[in-house]
Ligand binder design. Structure first.
Ligand code: BGC
Length: 760
């Protein structure tokens, strides 16, 4: 770790402790207010209104006359998006806007490392600055509520504490390097189907304890400057005009001093939006342009509200120094120091789910390795709808492996299956039953040909490396997956391969959980290597060969079957799909049905769309643990090439008061022959609570690097204040002071040490 990130980490810990102890915090943005008042006093009403909506697709206006620069947004969150036409979605085709593709959200979360998240943020900001941008549209930090969620790969985790820690690291990394973050999508954008219409109804405890913490932490502990309001509604109000979310919680409670922008096309009103806390309508001016000016002139909106919104934007504008025009876009966006960060993340993210000893690879003689699966050559920087990265380069699994061991092994690649291709407008194409049958037949024929080739190659190989999983067409913004089965007939294919060669190692390149019932027993080793960025293939090769021990941990639970997971088990997902994403209304031309897409998006046949989060706080492992439902692989799980022994758990006291910090220590020993990182996890179980709690909750974790044979004493701190619950009657955080058990282990179900304490 470099000095900057050590420092950043210490700072995060300090801030965390500060916030847990209830200290009041003031945003650094407030220092500009006197200067801003003077600027506002010189502005005309028209100039003010001009700042409250888009100027271009990714720009909102400053005031040239007063030397206030425009605000330039960079789509994130896992690489700086290529330069687009000012008023459209077509790329400009520049030569030097190729960026580094960083591992996507769930991969970053699998590192369980706020320090790595800090480096990630630093690297993103550096590339944003090279492109002259002021605000990064990221990190994306919604909780992964459903395994099928289209943006699970972009989001971090099913757990609020892990998500919060990483959000804080990411945010500080970005803002320490001169770029503002824009936390998205605030709030409860937990599904993609119907995201533009769905109204979320959620209990207040779940809202406060599960869904808001990552946003709160990034605001309170890292002073995030920007927030993006989500597309959906919460409690009947669109997020971009939601007084409870924007004014009362974000600004009044958390002390957010920055600016809120709408998601693209997510503004729905003039008066409510401006009064209830929206600063900038993106990427249009339908509501916060002339209509707003008219509303002020008609006396429906006061100029004081306009001034407040302008002030909030101006604070960010003054805190972020604009990149001078003649310095931006001078060199290629992707640069070696950032590429190194992409590797550092990727190498810590790969999760080894199972291993019977076949890994690390033992290459004797000229081992013949059959690499089977289109994902071995598939690039993951872009694919579906949404912010892809025009990557300078992306090392695929096959390239990484060939470079690493091509001289020591004979690698034979076959495609094995046809990858899913993405077409946003495919869903609107109407086909006759005959056409559908013809298409299905053609697909079957291709699959059979590819499978036969794969079986032939596998039967002559010493080892099969099956590379499967999803791709960016399968997991995409704008729609949720219908199931979590491996796509493209991969289950069928691996079953046939196993009949001729059972020596199979499987790598899944997915950003979200898959159904592993077929692939798990057929694989001697099974790894998830995510959508792992420009350096993903190199990192994978280093892990497979044992140059580096795998050290990623699952940021979500992999259920035995989709129906076991909470929203599915309770039948509160899915709602009927409107079959037309909100995004469709941003695109104006027609499609093959001959109907303008705008019209399709507005068809009301499936309204009302409501999502009731009746599982309340039992999201992810909280549900499986509490309901005693077996899982395929638990939250926090991940193997290494060594083994660890946990012993001698001690707490500094037996009884803790409200303002105390519980400090526990235990001994960790690397009992194997390789050096590796262990991610130690501390959960809390309430023994005799006065309110309901999940069976256990993650409250601390640490990534510890251990040489073979090394022993270390690990210290972990849990502020008692972090154990509070949201008391709905009192509308405040409250304590449930009860007997409590601390559980320390290597995953949510692999608890190695326990210790009872008392809170009073
Ligand atoms: C996405 C945002 C993104 C914006 C601009 C929206 O469709 O939800 O995450 O930043 O588009 O590309």
């Amino acid at each position: 770790m470099n000095h900057t990130s050590t420092f950043a980490c210490a700072l995060i810990t300090l801030l965390l402790a500060g916030s847990a102890a209830g200290q009041t915090r003031k945003s650094v943005l407030l220092q500009y207010d006197t200067q801003i008042d003077s600027i506002i006093s010189r502005m005309t009403l028209e100039e003010k209104i001009n700042m409250l909506h888009a100027k271009h697709m990714f720009v909102s206006a400053g005031i040239e006359r007063l030397g206030i620069a425009d605000m330039k947004y960079a789509d994130g969150p896992f690489g700086i998006r290529e330069e687009m036409q000012p008023d459209g979605w077509m790329p400009l085709g520049w030569a030097n806007d190729k960026a580094t593709f960083f591992p996507t959200g769930s991969a970053l979360a699998a590192t369980w490392s706020p320090e790595i998240a800090y480096s990630y943020g630093t690297a993103m900001a550096r590339e944003a600055r090279l492109r002259g941008k002021d605000m990064l549209l990221g990190p994306a930090i919604n909780i992964q509520r459903i395994p099928t969620g289209g943006r699970t790969y972009e989001y971090l985790s099913e757990d609020p504490f892990l998500s919060s820690q990483l959000s804080v690291g990411y945010t500080r990394g970005v803002q320490d390097n001169g770029v503002a973050v824009c936390l998205k999508h605030y709030a409860l954008n937990n599904q993609e189907n119907n995201r533009g219409t769905v109204n979320v109804t959620v209990g207040e405890r779940a809202l406060r304890e599960i869904y808001l913490p990552p946003f709160r932490a990034a605001v309170e502990e890292a002073d995030a400057y920007g927030v993006m309001a989500a597309y959906n509604k919460v409690d009947g109000w669109w997020c971009a005009e939601n007084d409870m979310l924007l004014n009362r919680i974000l600004r009044d409670e958390w002390g957010f001093a920055g600016m809120v922008i709408s998601d693209w096309g997510g503004t729905h009103s003039t008066v409510n939006s401006i009064k209830n806390g929206l600063n900038v309508e993106m990427p249009d001016k339908k509501f916060l342009g002339q209509a707003l000016l008219d509303s002020v002139r008609a006396g429906i909106v006061s100029e004081e509200v306009i001034d407040r919104r302008v002030r909030e934007i101006m604070r960010v504008r003054l805190a972020i120094k604009p990149v001078p025009e003649n310095e931006a876009n001078r060199e290629m966006t992707s640069q070696p120091p950032q590429q190194k960060v992409a590797y550092d993340v990727a190498i810590r993210s790969i999760v080894l789910l199972k291993n019977d000893g076949v890994l690390p690879l033992k290459l004797t003689g000229k081992t013949v390795i059959a690499v089977i699966g289109a994902n071995a050559t598939q690039k993951m920087a872009s694919g579906g709808l949404g912010a892809g990265v025009k990557a300078l380069y992306e090392v695929t699994p096959l390239e990484g492996l060939t470079k690493k061991i091509g001289d020591r092994a004979e690698i034979i690649y076959v495609k094995g299956y046809e990858p899913v291709q993405y077409s946003y407008f495919d869903r609107f194409r109407k086909r006759t039953p005959e056409e559908l049958e013809k298409e299905a037949k053609a697909r079957e024929l291709t699959a059979e040909k590819l499978a036969e080739e794969a079986v032939r190659v596998a039967s002559g190989a010493d080892l099969v490396l099956f590379v499967g999983g999803d791709n960016r067409a399968v997991e995409t913004e704008g729609e949720d997956r219908k199931a979590i089965f491996l796509p493209s007939g991969q289950d069928k294919l691996i079953t046939r391969i196993a009949e001729v060669n059972p020596n199979i190692i499987t790598v899944l390149t997915s950003g979200a959980p898959n159904d592993l019932n077929t692939v798990n027993p057929l694989s001697r080793a099974l790894l998830i290597s995510w959508f792992n960025g420009s350096e993903g293939g190199n990192a994978l090769a280093d892990v497979l060969t044992g140059e580096v021990s795998p050290s990623g941990r699952l940021p979500f639970t992999i259920p035995v079957k989709l129906e076991d997971s909470p929203a599915y088990a309770l039948g509160n997902y899915p709602q009927t799909d409107r079959n037309a994403d909100v995004f469709a209304s941003l695109v104006s031309d027609g499609d093959s049905t001959g109907k303008p897409r705008k019209e399709q998006a507005m068809e009301p046949e499936n309204d009302p769309d409501n999502a009731y989060y009746s599982e309340e706080s039992l999201v992810g492992y909280r549900w499986f643990d509490t309901k005693n439902i077996p899982v395929m692989y638990p939250f926090g799980h991940g193997l290494t090439y060594t083994s660890f022994e946990y012993s001698s758990l001690k707490s500094d006291k037996k009884t803790y008061g409200l303002n105390d910090v519980i400090t526990i220590t235990f001994k960790l020993k690397n009992t194997g022959l390789m050096s590796a990182d262990e991610v130690v996890q501390a959960y809390v179980h309430r023994i005799n609570p006065s309110v309901e709690w999940p069976e256990k909750e993650l409250k601390a974790f640490e990534r510890v690097t251990m040489a073979p044979g090394e022993s270390k004493t690990v210290n972990i701190s849990i502020p008692v204040k972090s154990l509070m619950y949201w008391n709905e009657a009192k509308q405040a955080w409250a304590n449930d002071l009860c007997k409590t058990e601390l559980l320390v282990g290597a995953s949510a179900t692999d608890i190695r040490l326990q210790k009872k304490i008392r809170l009073r």
